[in-house]
Design a protein around this ligand. Structure first.
Ligand SMILES: [Zn+2]
Length: 120
């Protein structure tokens, strides 16, 4: 019998933390509340006449987008795991329908597969 509450707590904590980090690099897409998009950061001091300054800003935006994407992928994994808890499907391997090992869930509470199907 798994201690689901324990994993749920870990998931909720990570979700909150990711939400904070996402707010630092992006915002919720105004046309889709389930989607995040990167924001350009501080645009106050852009000198649009200065090509170097624009290039720097563009580079910064690229970096923020990369971080945002990574955070969002993890955020969605956590959300999906929490939904599985609600549906009573948590801790079941997506491939073999067997139980996911506790130590695997301990390492990654959002895991969708058992150790054997880790790359499936
Ligand atoms: Zn499996």
């Amino acid at each position: 019998m798994k201690n689901i509450e324990h994993f749920k707590e870990a998931l909720l904590m990570e979700k909150k933390q990711l939400g904070e980090e996402l707010k630092g690099v992006g915002r919720i897409n105004p046309s889709n509340p389930n989607d995040w998009e990167a924001t350009p950061g501080d645009t106050q001091d852009i000198d649009t006449e200065d090509e170097n300054s624009l290039a720097d800003k563009f580079e910064e935006f690229e970096e923020r987008s990369a971080v945002e994407t990574e955070l969002e992928v993890r955020f969605n994994e956590i959300k999906a795991a929490l939904e599985r808890i609600e549906k009573g499907e948590y801790g079941i391997c997506r491939v073999c329908q067997g139980e996911i090992e506790d130590d695997r869930l301990e390492a990654n509470p959002a895991a969708e597969t058992c150790k054997e199907h880790i790359n499936n």
